[in-house]
Design a binder for this molecule. Sequence first.
Ligand SMILES: Cc1cc2nc3c(=O)[nH]c(=O)nc-3n(C[C@H](O)[C@H](O)[C@H](O)COP(=O)(O)O)c2cc1C
Length: 171
Amino acid sequence: MNFSQLINQRESCRNFSGKAVSKADLEKIIAQARLAPSAMNSQPWFFYVVVDNEKRQEVAKSVQKFNEKAGAFIVIIEEKPSIPVKVINNFKVQDYTKVDIGIVASYICLAATELGLGTCMLGLFHEEPIKKALNIPKEKRIRLLISVGYSVDKEPRPKTRKKDTEIMKII
Ligand SMILES: Cc1cc2nc3c(=O)[nH]c(=O)nc-3n(C[C@H](O)[C@H](O)[C@H](O)COP(=O)(O)O)c2cc1C
C-alpha cells in the first residue's frame, strides 16, 4: 500500500467485527508509532495496550457503545515533556505536548491501517473509571484512546472534508 492508498484507507471505524487483534500486530503498531517525531524529541507519551477480555470490556463501558466490538484499546497517557534548560532560556517555549500526542496517534492509526485493521481515535471517554480499571496512577492524564479492531465495512467511505481553497492560500 503506498502512502496515498494508506491515507485513503484510514477512516474512523465505528463498525468493528468483534474479531480479536493479535499482540504481535499491536506490538508492531507501537514499534512504528515510536518513530513519530515530537518537539525536542520529548516523546511525552506512554501507551497502555488493552487486550485482556475483562479489562477491554471495562474500558468499553467508558466510551461510546460502538467500541464494544473493538479487539483492543490503546490508551495514550500524556507524560511531561523534557525541555533542555538552554532551550527554555533562549526561547519562549510553547507546550507542544498535545501536538506530539496528535502526531503519535496518527502514526498508530496509519500503522494499524497497513495491517488491515480499523481504528477510531476517541476523545470522548470517562477518564476516572478507565484509570481505575487499568490501575493507572491518579496523577496521570489520559489524553486520547484509540480503539483497534477489524472492520465489517469492506470499502472506505468517501471522505467529508473542507475544500482546498477553504484551508490554504499559496502566497
Ligand atoms: C482527537 C480526536 C478525537 C476524536 N474523538 C472521537 C470520538 O470520541 N468518537 C468518535 O466516534 N470519533 C472520534 N473522532 C473521529 C472523528 O470524528 C473523525 O476523525 C472525523 O469525523 C473524520 O472522519 P474519518 O476519521 O473517518 O476520516 C476523533 C478524532 C480525533 C482526531
